[in-house]
Each structure stands twice: as structure tokens, then as C-alpha cells.
Ligand binder design. Structure first.
Ligand SMILES: [Zn+2]
Length: 408
């Protein structure tokens, strides 16, 4: 299909990079975070005041109001990038939009009152962040840019990064944030690409799990690297010890920082493993995955399990954009499809199969199965048996463009 060569699609991607700021740059970051927090709290108080007085507060009006008075009342705001206060008011607008959305759901009886996301005042040291933008106006077209090893930010200049930005594209913004172990920049990047027109019809089924991170329908398994398993043990130990420490004590604060660092390290290793996996999967034209009930899984599982589940979000996020660029299609199988219980050799269903049974033999045809490999094969066959995959519904890497098919 020659005409598809000319199609250019754009998508937004994100990448979070650890920074190595100098002490002076850290000081600036702290100040910019302080401005963002101050403005957010100012806007929230102002919103509440205007609302109580019978007014109709809005994010746009609050930004105008702030611009009019900041020169005289808050001249120190000029010391940091002007994006910091602007974005803070926008964030508050977003928080109210979320709240009104929840409120509407509550009125329809879909959400209990205590689950509503009320905008709250920000405290120092909690989710400290500010944003620097490459706005639409051309004077600031490249206020934020990178040269591979460093990022240039307004006012503060070049800041060292621990790794390069993963995607080549236009940087829209960088949000600088602080966690227990240091400073990070989250880049929003707009990337244009030409989907690769493919003519092969290769299919791979992917079964995600805990023992093996992923089992593929070709029989191969991807395991978590050894350090990850060791860290997970350590994580259990640390969280137990944190629970024993007295609230507000110095030891508790130390244990908390340690725990946050460990979480970070685990997340980094996991992301790295997932990148290798998702990249290798895009060699297939069709990738079949299960639609897991993530909300249900998160509700009542152990810590290790919860971390594995977070990996599932990340897996899907990566797979979406990589598949879009490689011209692969993702097929999401309905979560009621009994991928584990069907015999991938003869199609008979084994209703008696227990979750603990890792190996089983089909009573109908006598084939012995590795539970996960069998599930992955059923997923691959699910795509094969469906006419939609034959004509190749194009995935574009957007959530709503997932080819979702009902269970057979
Ligand atoms: Zn069988």
C-alpha cells in the first residue's frame, strides 16, 4: 500500500529523567516550587472566597487577576520562570474540573461522597513541582531544550541529566519535581512518525504474570531480573520496619526516604525490562494481550503484587506507542475469555483447573500444558480466528484506538 507511506501521525509521549542540579540550581528549583505552591494555594483560597461571595470563579479569570497584581504585591515571583505561577493556576483549574466531574458522578449515584477529589491546599515538601513550557509564542519556542546530556531551562540554564531524552521530537514542556531521592524532569514530547506499512501476518500472544513477567505463545518466558527479586524482599523488610517506627520520629523519616529510594530503583529496573520486552514484541504484526481487571487486582494484593500491577500499566503504555510506530496492531482480549482453561491443542475446556496448578494435562486429548504458555497460545489463536485481524485494523497508539474484540 504505497499511499500509506505519506501518512504522518503525531502523538504525545512522556519521559521522566533524573537530574543532577548544582546546589545553586537546586536552590532555584526550590524557589520555583515555592512560587508554584504559593500561587496554587492563593488561587484555591481566591476561588473559595469568590464562590462563597456568590461569584463564578474561573481559571482564566484567576490568571488575569494574578497577572494584574503580582508586579506590586508579589515581585519575587519574577525571579522564577513565568510558567511556574501560570501553570499552578491551570493546575487548580484542572483540580476543579476533576472535582466537578466527580460531583456529577456522585449526583448520578455512581460515586460515594468520600471518593470525591476535593481540591486541597498544598503543603511544603509534598508533590513539589513546577513547569517550564515551550509555549506557542515564538520568543519562547525553545525555552526548554536538550543537548543529550543536559536540559536548558528558563532562567536557570543548563542542568545535567542522568540520561538522554528517549524520544526525538518537539519538547512541549518539562515539569520539574522533587521526590525523596532527588530532582526529576518529566518531558512532554510531541513526535511525528510514519506508521510502518506491514504485510506480514505474524501473531504473538502475551500472558502477563507474577512468576514470569510475561509468557509468550512461542513458549518463551521473560523473568524479572535477579536484583529486582532481591529488592522486593528488601522492600517487604523495610515496610515492616517503617510500620514499627514512631510517628513523627527522625528514624521514621529516614526509613521513609530509604523506602522511597527503593521504590524508585525497583520501578527503574522494571521499566527497563519492560522496554526490552515491548520492543521485541513489535516484531510481530499482531500482539494479543489480555484486558486485566487492574482495579480489582490492586484492591487486595500483597505489596509485590501491587508493584507487578503497576508494571502492567507501564507495559501497556509502552506497547501502545511502540506498536503504533512499528505498524503493529494490539488486540485486547476480553477479560472473561478463559485463556487459561482452554486446551490450546484441541479446544476442550478444563473447568476444574485451579489457580495453583502450573502444569496440567488435557483430559480430552492428553496434551500436557504449561499453564502460562497454554494461556498465551490461546490468546494468539484468539486473534487468528477473528476476521478483524486479517484486514488489519490499524493501531495508532492511542487508548481509544485499541482493537477490542468481544469474547468468543
Ligand atoms: Zn486438549
Amino acid at each position: 500500500m504505497a499511499h500509506s507511506r505519506s501518512i504522518v501521525v503525531s502523538m504525545r509521549l512522556a519521559h521522566r529523567v533524573r537530574l543532577d542540579p548544582t546546589p545553586a540550581q537546586q536552590e532555584y528549583f526550590r524557589r520555583a516550587c515555592g512560587v508554584a505552591r504559593f500561587v496554587y494555594n492563593w488561587a484555591l483560597a481566591e476561588w473559595q472566597r469568590q464562590y462563597a461571595a456568590g461569584g463564578k470563579p474561573s481559571e482564566a479569570a484567576l490568571r488575569k487577576q494574578l497577572n494584574a497584581l503580582k508586579g506590586k504585591q508579589y515581585p519575587w515571583m519574577r525571579e522564577v520562570t513565568k510558567n511556574a505561577p501560570q501553570q499552578a493556576v491551570k493546575n487548580l483549574g484542572r483540580a476543579y474540573a476533576n472535582f466537578f466531574e466527580d460531583l456529577a458522578k456522585h449526583r448520578r449515584g455512581e460515586l460515594p461522597w468520600k471518593r470525591l477529589r476535593f481540591p486541597t491546599f498544598k503543603k511544603k515538601g509534598r508533590h513539589d513541582s513546577f513547569r517550564a513550557d515551550n509555549g506557542p509564542d515564538k520568543h519562547h519556542a525553545d525555552a526548554v531544550r536538550t543537548d543529550g546530556k543536559r536540559v536548558r531551562l528558563p532562567i536557570v540554564g543548563w542542568v545535567a541529566m542522568r540520561e538522554g531524552v528517549r524520544f526525538a521530537g518537539r519538547i512541549l514542556s518539562a515539569t520539574i519535581s522533587r521526590t525523596a531521592d532527588g530532582w526529576y524532569a518529566s518531558f512532554a514530547i510531541e513526535m511525528e512518525y510514519q506508521p510502518d506499512p506491514r504485510s506480514d501476518d505474524t501473531v504473538i500472544g502475551v500472558d502477563l504474570g507474577i512468576t514470569a513477567l510475561a509468557t509468550l505463545s512461542d513458549g518463551s518466558k521473560v523473568f524479572a531480573p535477579k536484583p529486582l527479586r532481591r529488592y522486593l524482599q528488601k522492600l517487604k523488610r523495610l515496610s515492616r520496619s517503617l510500620a514499627r517506627k514512631q510517628r513523627g520520629s527522625c528514624n521514621r523519616a529516614k526509613a521513609k526516604t530509604k523506602l522511597a529510594r527503593l521504590y524508585r530503583r525497583i520501578a527503574d529496573i522494571r521499566t527497563d525490562v519492560l522496554h526490552k520486552l515491548t520492543t521485541s514484541l513489535t516484531q510481530y504484526r499482531t500482539i494479543v494481550i489480555e484486558d486485566l481487571n487492574v482495579a480489582g487486582m490492586l484492591a487486595n494484593r500483597t505489596l509485590a503484587r501491587a508493584i507487578a500491577d503497576v508494571g502492567f500499566f507501564e507495559f501497556r503504555r509502552q506497547l501502545q506507542y511502540k506498536a503504533a510506530m512499528a505498524g503493529s496492531t494490539i488486540v485486547v482480549v476480553d477479560r472473561w475469555f478463559p485463556s487459561s482453561k482452554l486446551c490450546s491443542a484441541c479446544g476442550a475446556k478444563n473447568d476444574a483447573l485451579m489457580l495453583s496448578e502450573r502444569m496440567w494435562t488435557c483430559a480430552a486429548c492428553g496434551t500436557s500444558h504449561d499453564r502460562d504458555v497454554n494461556a498465551a497460545r490461546n490468546l494468539a489463536r484468539y486473534a487468528d480466528s477473528s476476521p478483524a485481524s486479517a484486514c488489519g485494523a490499524e493501531g495508532t497508539g492511542r487508548e481509544d484506538d485499541f482493537a477490542v474484540k468481544p469474547a468468543a
